[in-house]
Structure formats: structure tokens, C-alpha cells
Design a protein around this ligand. Structure first.
Ligand code: NAD
Length: 482
């Protein structure tokens, strides 16, 4: 790990295994940090923010982000194979959102925005109290300080870079605690920072631990000014509770239960392939639409097409570029997904496809692409995030009903709408309470595109101008007008 500019194995002497979820083999071991290591990392980030000059040196920040970008690109292929091994993601996905897409822009875009960001704006001079003296007034944007950064295992590089890029560009320092399931991409990042950049000691600290509670040290510490968290809604709630003691801002990117909505004028025969998107990375994506909403009048046709699309989804060895789906990340995660499928059976859902462990893959944490029909809004699988290759199908009678069902969720992260009429689709889009929406196959993703959730899908936005703003404080200053 990386603490105060030093590559270290921490102080506990302990280590934990990194497991390949496709083979269940131990890839290697990782140093296991304890609370003292986390305390040292927080102290280093505090000192670096308060004393290193990083917060005020925009040129240094631009240069360092570029150095880190170059170092990552130089080890892109090592990162790729390591990611496939520890995450179990299909190698094909690393040429897109799992690796190459964030490597193209997650650091580069915020670095370029350092010059363009409105760090300062003038207000009109004003005699605020009507006492005959005007003041010049300005609003200054400043870094928040030390950001506790806590990340999950499903898209580790994508999520880490889309947090580090903006927070470093804005002048913050950080302590990153990656998910224990996928530690190597983060420890590699730490090494690249130490060996190939001029990022001052303590600006980025990376603490790896099998103990989730180390995350809580970040949420509760008085020396941490903000927490930026991506993970489950349940853990997000714990982060917010722990942060309440010091009233620090929490930036939460949480779970989803997004819809893939086909209006009744949609061309199902050519568009229903998107239903199989639930199998992408075995459904382990927060923004993947997992509720298929189809018109009751076209239910049979839609089901048949969705099943066909999911049957065609190739899965297996994630290192094989022909496969679009690998295993789930862990045995625990697979048990969770199988438990949801069983609950669906008990609550009256009809398993039309899949529903278990594929016979051809007894090793590795695989689950079959699974489609559950006849799902109603009160069923557990319609309400809770499953995080597996499991699609639930619900029907609606008209656009109002579709909007009602789409919004009948604690979540509001993403979604898709398909219609033969773009304007009609947009008017439905305006009524769905969610942070991102793709219409007729449109893809909203990008370092310049704010991403985040309504309702219990989170607080705040990652990426885009809004994502830079997240990592700033606002200071209003005034002096007598001359
Ligand atoms: P998780 O909530 O179990 O863990 C996320 C991180 O939080 C890990 O680093 C973990 O060690 C840490 N953690 C656990 N307990 C903690 C605590 N009490 N205090 C502080 N940190 C703690 O999530 P996961 O299983 O790693 O990831 C899957 C979840 O992440 C899904 O719910 C998914 O929807 C969500 N996710 C959301 C987004 C988004 O941008 N909205 C993106 C990816 C994943």
C-alpha cells in the first residue's frame, strides 16, 4: 500500500488472499492493513493538505495527473490481465468501461478542466445594508480538504480513477480504501504514483484491508473533511451515520434497480437485444437496467424475444474474448444471487430461463443468465438490487402506468427507454425520477457526464462539472469598493 509517499506492507504483518473468481484459485496475497495504518494514512493526507502546497498549485496538479496517466497507460496491458483475474470481468469489457474508457478520460478530462473551472466569480458591488458603503464581492471555490475515498469491486479502476481525477484536480488530498475483493489494481496504482509521479507524499494514500471497518475510520475521523463512497445502499447508510458525528459531507454512489422500458410503439424485434444487457459483467453493474417493463398487450412477444437474446449471451472463461459474461466476484455474492432467485420462486415468479449454477461450470462463481416472468411490483426481486445476471419482467397498460412502475422503487440511478417516437420517449423520460437515462440506445457515459442517483441511489454526482463541484467548498469574500 501507499502511506505518506512510502510503499509499505503496513504494520500488522498480516496478509489476505486475492482470489480468481473464475477458477477459485489464489492469485496471491496482499498486505492487510490495521487501524494504525489507516490512522497514519489519514494523518499523512491531513498534513499534505495543510502544508504541501498541493491545494494551491494548479500547474503541479496538472503535471502530476498527466504523469499518472502516462504511467497507467504504460502498464495498461498488465492492468488488463490483472483486472480480468481478480474481478472476473470478461476481457472484452476491459476494452470499454472496465479499463480503456476510463483510461482515456477519467484523469485527462479533470486535468484539462483545471484551467477552465470557474474558481472565482465576481458579484455586483453592493451596499448590502443601505449604509452608504459598497463592497466588492467575490465567490471563491476551494478544495474541501482530505477526502476519504471508499470503493467497490465491480468496476474498480473505473470508479477509483473517476474519483481520484476530479478530487485531485480540485486540490484535495485523499485516503483510498479499495474493496478487499479486488486489491491489486489499487496497489498497482499506489506503486505507479510512488515511482512515476511527483505527487507529493501524503496527497494520495492507499490502504488495503480485509477489514471493512477501516472504512468506518474514514467516515468518523475528524481529520477527514469529506467521504466519497461507491458501494451498496446498506453500506452507504452506515457511512452517512458514521459521518454524522463530524457532520462531514458525504458523496454517495449507491445501488440501483433501473428499468429497461419498451413503450408500445417500440420495434421489439430489432431492439429487444438490450434486455440481455443484464448479463453484462454478470449483472454486477449499478446502472444496468434489471427490470424489463413491457406493454401487457405485447407480453408474450417481448418475453420470447428477451429469452432468445439472453440465450445468445456467451458466458464462461472471462479471458476468452468470445465471452460477454464471467463469474460473480465471490462465493458470498453467488449465494446472495441464488437466494434472490429462490425467493422469486416462492413469491410466485416464473423462472423462464436459467435459475441456477450452470452445470458446465462447477468451478468458479458462475450463475446462469436468468429471466423471471410474471413479476409484480410487490415482489422482492422487483424491489431489491440483485447484482447478478437476473432480469425480472413486469407489464404496464399505458405510459402513465409505465412511469408509475418505473418510479415505484427506492432507487433512481439509471434506465433505458425504447420507442418509435423520440419526443414521446423524452416526455416519459422527464417523468422518471432517475439520475441517467438512455433513449433508443443512447449512451450517456463519459468523464464530462454527471452520473449519480435520485432517492436511495445516492447523494451527489460523479464526473462532469457537477462532479468537480462535489470536491469544492465555497467561500464568499468582500472588501470595500474603491
Ligand atoms: P459494499 O457496500 O459492500 O462495499 C463497498 C466498499 O465499502 C468496500 O470498499 C467495503 O470494504 C467498504 N465498506 C464496507 N462496510 C463499510 C463501512 N461500514 N464503512 C465504510 N466502508 C465500508 O459494496 P460492494 O459489494 O463492494 O459493491 C457492490 C455495490 O456497489 C452494489 O450495491 C452496487 O450497486 C454499488 N455500486 C454503485 C455504483 C454507483 O456509482 N452508484 C457503482 C458501482 C457499484
Amino acid at each position: 500500500m501507499l502511506i505518506d509517499g512510502v510503499l509499505t506492507e503496513g504494520t500488522t504483518g498480516a496478509s489476505f488472499d486475492n482470489i480468481d473468481p473464475a477458477t477459485e484459485a489464489v492469485l496471491g496475497s496482499v498486505a492487510d492493513a490495521g487501524h494504525a495504518d489507516m490512522a497514519a494514512a489519514i494523518a499523512a493526507a491531513r498534513t499534505a493538505f495543510d502544508h504541501s502546497g498541493w491545494a494551491n498549485d494548479r500547474d503541479l496538479r496538472k503535471a502530476c495527473l498527466q504523469q499518472l496517466q502516462d504511467a497507467l497507460v504504460a502498464e495498461q496491458e498488465e492492468l488488463r490481465s490483472e483486472l480480468v483475474a481478480e474481478v472476473g470481468c470478461p476481457v472484452l469489457s476491459t476494452y470499454g468501461p472496465q479499463l480503456d474508457a476510463p483510461l482515456r478520460e477519467a484523469l485527462v478530462w479533470p486535468a484539462a478542466m483545471i484551467d477552465e473551472f470557474p474558481w472565482r466569480r465576481s458579484l455586483c458591488p453592493k451596499d448590502a445594508f443601505g449604509m452608504g458603503s459598497e463592497s466588492e464581492r467575490e465567490v471563491w471555490k476551494e478544495p474541501v480538504g482530505v477526502v476519504g475515498t471508499i470503493t467497490p469491486w465491480n468496476f474498480p479502476v473505473e470508479i477509483i480513477l473517476n474519483k481520484l481525477g476530479p478530487l485531485l484536480a480540485m486540490g484535495n488530498t485523499c485516503v483510498l480504501k479499495p474493496a478487499p475483493d479486488t486489491p491489486w489494481n489499487a496497489t498497482r496504482l499506489g506503486r505507479l504514483i510512488a515511482e512515476h509521479t511527483d505527487i507529493p507524499a501524503g496527497v494520495v494514500n492507499i490502504v488495503v484491508s480485509s477489514d471493512h471497518e477501516l472504512g468506518e475510520d474514514l467516515s468518523s475521523s475528524a481529520d477527514v473533511d469529506m467521504v466519497a463512497f461507491t458501494g451498496s445502499t446498506a453500506t452507504g447508510r452506515k457511512v452517512m451515520t458514521a459521518a454524522a458525528g463530524t457532520l462531514k459531507p458525504v458523496f454517495l454512489e449507491l445501488g440501483g434497480k433501473s428499468v429497461n422500458l419498451f413503450l408500445d410503439d417500440a420495434d421489439l424485434a430489432t431492439q429487444m437485444g438490450s434486455a440481455a444487457g443484464v448479463c453484462f459483467h454478470a449483472g454486477q453493474g449499478c446502472a444496468i437496467p434489471t427490470r424489463l417493463l413491457v406493454p401487457a398487450s405485447r407480453y408474450d412477444e417481448a418475453l420470447e424475444l428477451a429469452v432468445e437474446a439472453m440465450k445468445r449471451w456467451a458466458f464462461g472463461d472471462p479471458t476468452d474474448p468470445a465471452n460477454l459474461m464471467g463469474p460473480l466476484v465471490s462465493a458470498r455474492q453467488r449465494e446472495r444471487v441464488l437466494g434472490y432467485i429462490e425467493t422469486a420462486r416462492q413469491e410466485g415468479g416464473r423462472i423462464v430461463l436459467g435459475g441456477g449454477i450452470p452445470a458446465e461450470f462447477p468451478t468458479g462463481y458462475f450463475v446462469e443468465p436468468t429471466l423471471i416472468a410474471d413479476v409484480t411490483g410487490d415482489m422482492t426481486v422487483a424491489r431489491e438490487e440483485i447484482f447478478g445476471p437476473v432480469l425480472v419482467v413486469q407489464t404496464f397498460v399505458d405510459d402513465d402506468d409505465a412511469v408509475r412502475i418505473a418510479n415505484d422503487s427506492d432507487y433512481g440511478l439509471s434506465g433505458m427507454i425504447t420507442s418509435g417516437d423520440l419526443e414521446r420517449a423524452k416526455s416519459v423520460a422527464r417523468r422518471i425520477r432517475t439520475g441517467t437515462l438512455g433513449i433508443n440506445g443512447g449512451i450517456w457515459y463519459g468523464a464530462d457526464a454527471p452520473f449519480g442517483g435520485y432517492k436511495q441511489s445516492g447523494i451527489g454526482r460523479q464526473c462532469g462539472i457537477e462532479g468537480l463541484e462535489m470536491f469544492t467548498e465555497t467561500k464568499t469574500v468582500a472588501w470595500p469598493a474603491s
